[in-house]
Design a protein around this ligand. Sequence first.
Ligand SMILES: [Zn+2]
Length: 393
Amino acid sequence: MPTAAHAQLRVSRLAAALPVHRAFHWLHLHQPQLRMWLLELLTIPAPPFGESARAQWFLDRFQSLGLTNVHLDQAGNALAELSSADAAPNGPVTLLSAHLDTVFPPGTPTTPSETGSRILAPGACDNAAGLTALLGLAAALRHANITPPTPILFAANVGEEGEGDLRGMRHLFFEGPYRDRIRAAIALDGAGTGPVVTRALGSRRFRLTVTGPGGHSWTDAGAPNPILLLAHALSALATVPLPNVPRTTLNIGQVSGGTSINSIPESATALLDLRSTDAAQLQATESDLRTTLAPHPVLIEVIGDRPAANLPDDSPLLRTLRAVDRHLSLRTELRIGSTDANIPLSQSIPALAIGTGGTGGGIHTLAEWYDPTGRELALRRILLTLLATLPSA
Ligand SMILES: [Zn+2]
C-alpha cells in the first residue's frame, strides 16, 4: 500500500511528464470545444429511463476520438476504452464515468440559453458538466497520446437519478462483462473544484399501498377506507426512532389516492425515503419500520435501494487525491452523498464522485445553470488523480 510520501512522489513525477503537459495544454486550448459539446448534448433530452438518444451521441463522440471497444451495453450505458497494446485481455480496468440521465420528465424543454458565460438549461450542471468533463478528459488523453498501463473504461451511464436507482452502475459492477475487472471508479458529477463524495449515503425507498373495494360515499358508507387506513399507518411511523448518530432520516415524500370527493377510495399510496450514513443502521431502522407497519393492512414494496459505504481514509485512491490536491494547492473537501460511487463502494472497490469544475446552481430545477469559467483546474485534478491511480499491467 503506497504511503502518503509515495503518492506525493508519484503525482509530482506524473505532473512533470511531457505527455501529461500535452493533455493539460489540450484542456487549456479546448475550453470552447467543451462548451460546444455541453450546449449540443443539452438539446438531447435524457429523462429517467429515456437516455438512449444521448447515449448514442456519446458513442459517436467516443468513436471519433478513436477510443476502442465503443459500444452500448445491455443496460444502455455508452462505453469505450483507452487501452494499451500490452494490457492483459481480461485484466483490471479503471472506470471514469458520468451519468447521462436528468431528473426531468419527457417533454421538459431542454434548449439551453446563455447569459454571459452562464449556461441555463435543466441538467446543465447535473450532469452535462460531468459528461463534457468525461469527453474532454478522453480527448485530452488521446491528443497527448497517453497509453495507460491498464485500460481506462469510459462510461456515459444510465440511471443515476431517483428511480433509476443506480441501474447503470449495478449493471457495470454486477452483470456486464467488466463486472470483475473494475479496480477503481471515479464518477464525474456536477460543478465544483473542492468537494468529493467519498461517503455513500445509503437509502431504501418504499411504496406503501392500501386497497379496498371502494364505493359510493353515501350508499357504501362503512366500507374500509384506504386513505384513512394509510393515514393511520403513516402516523404510526412517527414512533420509529431515528438516531442522529449515525444520522438516519425517514421522509414521507408523496401521498396519493382516491377518485373523487364522494367516492370511497379503492386505493391509497405513499412514497417513503429512508436514509442513513450507516449500512447496519439502515437495516435496523427498516426492520423497525416493518414492525411498526405490521398491524396495518399495508402492502410494502421496495422501489429503491442504495447501499451505504465509505472510502477508507487509508485507501490508495484517497491518498492519491490528497497528493494531487497538495500538488495543485487545493483543499480536499470530503462529502457524503448518494451517487454512482455507492455501488463500487458497497463492494469495497475504491470509488469517489468528484465535481468537474466551474460553478452551478438550481440543481434539479427548471432554473438550473452552469458556468464553466475556471473549470480547467478541476479537470487537471481529475486527470492527475486518474493517471496516478491506474494499476500497473
Ligand atoms: Zn448528478
